[in-house]
Design a protein around this ligand. Structure first.
Ligand code: MG
Length: 454
């Protein structure tokens, strides 16, 4: 069967893949699947969002479900509202960190977590069979505008941190939502917590004129420069729908997601006296080391935010995280949440009284090299099986692809879920060792590929 959903909802280029007609039909399929409401419908600030939202709403209403239109909001705020308002589920019009021409549809259940693959396949089955519920004219669903969901969402975040302590620390912060919906919450939260707040790229704009919606070392040039020039303590950046957060230290240095996650793990384990921590298998050993040092228990999963959220809930964990800046803080909600992650980091700075660069310096040191090797989708599974066979004398972890534990570190070889490539991650104690391990990993992939194709 054809698939519409990728690893993180349905995504495509507006008016080419993701058209008004498509949105209407997917709305009908989702309504047919859910059967009852209320279903929340919200959107991020992307181009075409309003067109798609209105079409999805029309489709949902035609199946008889009631909907609540919650308007513009970060993805985690809509997920939070789904739970708070006892909704049957929510449809979010977003394409997260994708380039500006993209938009998409994400479906979450009553707990705010993205629906499972089995549920997605059921919606796809309805979509491709055109087998929609089409109710009698008297039974068409009701439309209601949602209240101020951002207020309740922000209050939940504020309740999870010690605002007085943050206020006393007199932090100066620069917030860069990248013209995305994070600008609707994070600068207000930092201001509420008494931080001197400066914003850049904080006007909502679906064309993303300020920078790419993906926050990384390259796209955050202005944030790095601003933090350093005005003498701020920290820079905070989100992706387009603000479910992720990354940081810049007071010297203008970009902090990778696994390092900032490691700091929040230390903080959370100290506060809780231990607890379960969930992260995908690709995350740096920095996290493993601090979990062990601070008396926690590490649970690793396949790569993907949905699986981290589900596992965190299942194992009753305290915090989850991803190397791309996904922070899942269980006391607030199980899904990743950019604004929550930002406020936790400010609280940690206030608790320790140390600079962000100092805190990062104290973390264990590891070096990673990431490589891509092209591989047709049809070969991926065979290749991974071949690798497992060729590596049977090594210590392996096959949670997601093949992770090989070597003397000086590890190599993870896994198939991309969205592109015809194999990813090879290598990590070691020095840059040189990491590069050697990476070369070994890439050679392993190429050798196995050769064996398969001769
Ligand atoms: Mg996102």
């Amino acid at each position: 069967m054809n698939r519409l959903f990728g690893t993180n909802g349905i995504r495509g280029v507006v008016n080419i893949d993701i058209t008004a007609e498509f949105a209407l039909k997917i709305g009908k399929a989702i309504g047919t699947y859910f059967k009852t409401g209320p279903i929340l419908v919200g959107l991020d600030g992307r181009a075409g969002g309003l067109m798609l939202k209105n079409a999805v709403i029309s489709g949902l209403l035609s199946t008889g479900v009631n909907i609540i239109d919650v308007g513009l909001a970060p993805t985690p705020a809509i997920q939070y509202a789904a739970r708070e308002l006892n909704a049957r589920g929510a449809v979010i019009i977003t394409a997260s960190h994708n380039p500006p021409e993209f938009n998409g549809v994400k479906v979450v259940g009553s707990d705010g977590v993205e629906i499972s693959t089995i549920e997605e396949e059921e919606i796809e089955r309805i979509y491709f069979s055109n087998n929609y519920v089409n109710v009698n004219w008297r039974l068409i669903g009701g439309y209601e505008r949602g209240g101020d969901i951002l207020k309740n969402y922000m209050e939940s975040i504020i309740r999870k941190v010690n605002v007085d302590l943050i206020k006393k620390s007199g932090l100066k912060v620069v917030v860069d939502p990248g013209n995305g919906v994070g600008g609707l919450v994070t600068p207000y939260l930092t201001t509420l917590a008494g931080c001197e707040t400066i914003t850049i790229n904080s006007n909502l704009d679906g064309f993303f004129p300020g920078r790419s919606p993906e926050p990384n070392d390259e796209s955050l040039t202005l944030l790095k420069k601003t933090v350093k020039e005005i003498g701020a303590d920290i820079g905070i950046a989100h992706d387009g729908d603000a479910d992720r957060v990354v940081f810049v230290d007071e010297k203008g240095g970009f902090i990778t997601g696994d390092k900032s996650f490691a700091l929040l793990v230390v903080k959370t384990l100290l506060k809780n006296g231990g607890g379960r921590v969930v992260t995908p298998i690709a995350t740096s050993n920095i996290v493993k080391d601090v979990v062990e040092e601070y008396g926690g228990q590490l649970i690793t999963t396949k790569v993907g935010s949905v699986i981290v959220a589900r596992t965190l809930k299942q194992v009753n964990g305290v915090i989850g995280g991803e190397e791309n800046g996904g922070i899942f803080y269980a006391p607030h909600q199980y899904v990743r949440d950019g604004a929550m992650g930002a406020m936790l980091m400010l609280e940690y700075l206030a608790e320790t009284g140390e600079s962000l660069s100092k805190l990062i310096e104290k973390l264990p040191k590891y070096y990673q090299v990431k490589k891509k090797i092209s591989c047709p989708d049809s070969l991926k599974e065979k290749l991974l099986n071949k690798l497992k066979e060729n590596l049977k004398n090594y210590k392996l972890d096959t949670t997601d692809g093949v992770k090989i534990y070597a003397d000086k570190g590890w190599v993870l070889i896994r198939a991309s879920g969205t592109e015809p490539i194999i990813r090879c991650y290598a990590e070691s104690y020095s840059q040189k060792e990491a590069e050697q391990l990476s070369k070994w990993g890439v050679d392993l992939v190429n050798d196995s590929m050769r064996e398969l194709t001769v």
